[in-house]
Design a protein around this ligand. Structure first.
Ligand code: IPE
Ligand code: IPE
Ligand code: MG
Length: 251
């Protein structure tokens, strides 16, 4: 028997955001791309606050993809410096809001000046229970699944895992998102209609909201609009609409 569908909820427990369009925002104004990234970084805290205030439990922000290394070194370096600046700027405020930091992606390839403060923020916020803020840094879904497959294969080869007993729960427990709920809502800014290697398996039943707004213009109001769009969606999880519809309106 498949698992019963989760209770439909009007507020997503986990939202993932593909923060896209910084470059086009800047180009439209005749500014350098890095200026778009800077303005985008400035908006981050507003969206984190909005997510907490709306009762979302977990927010995953796609900050740098495993494929973004293909960009010019100057842009990559500028992005990392902005990341470090934003973290330093908002760390105490976020810890007051009892935010627990977590990362997904291969941090080992990141320069120390950003890797170390992130690791410290993850360690110092470990016991916070208010809200999970997950930063996807040097993250790619295919790379994540490949790492999980490698570790499962090693266990099987060593006799610690019976290949016939491998199920989705076991595989999911080796993904970097282990312990987090699957995203209910994925938001992508800038109008692009693709996932770009973001949480491909975890988003199996996520609702996807695409907004034409470029990330530097995406604030609390745009986030609230995405939540309203989510609330109006009918999630089915493979069932018919009649089976899923709640007998009482959700609170
Ligand atoms: C998103 O904005 C930021 C990152 C990918 C790091 P882009 O830099 O991709 O902006 P566009 O897509 O070129 O407009
Ligand atoms: C996805 O955006 C990655 C992040 C937002 C960090 P990209 O701008 O890199 O995606 P593509 O290349 O347009 O698909
Ligand atoms: Mg882009």
């Amino acid at each position: 028997m498949p698992d019963p569908a989760p209770q439909p909820s009007r507020v997503p427990a986990h939202v993932g955001i593909i923060m896209d369009g910084n470059g086009r925002w800047a180009e439209a104004r005749g500014l350098p791309r890095l200026e778009g990234h800077r303005r985008g970084a400035e908006r981050l805290i507003e969206v984190v606050d909005a997510a907490i205030d709306h009762g979302v439990r977990c927010l995953t922000l796609y900050a740098f993809s495993a494929e973004n290394w293909r960009r010019p070194a100057e842009e990559v370096g500028g992005l990392f410096k902005l990341g470090e600046w934003v973290l330093r700027l908002h760390l105490s405020r976020l810890s007051k809001r009892r935010v627990r930091f977590r990362t997904i992606g291969d941090l080992t390839a990141m320069p120390e000046f950003i890797r170390i403060p992130i690791e410290e923020a993850v360690a110092s916020s470990r016991d916070n229970t208010g809200f999970d803020l997950v930063i996807a840094l040097n993250y790619g879904s295919r790379q994540e699944v490949t790492r999980a497959a490698r570790s499962l294969a090693a266990d099987a080869a060593a006799g610690r895992l019976d290949p016939a007993a491998l199920d989705w729960e076991t595989l999911a427990s080796r993904l970097e998102t282990a312990g987090l709920p699957d995203p209910d809502l994925i938001i992508r800014t800038s109008g692009e209609c693709r996932l770009s290697n973001f949480l491909l398996l975890q988003a199996a039943y996520a609702e996807i909201v695409i907004t034409p707004t470029y990330w530097p213009d995406f604030g609390a109001e745009a986030f609230a609009a995405a939540l309203r769009e989510f609330a109006g969606r009918e999630r089915r999880f493979g069932m018919t609409g009649v089976q899923v519809r709640p007998t009482k309106p959700a609170p």
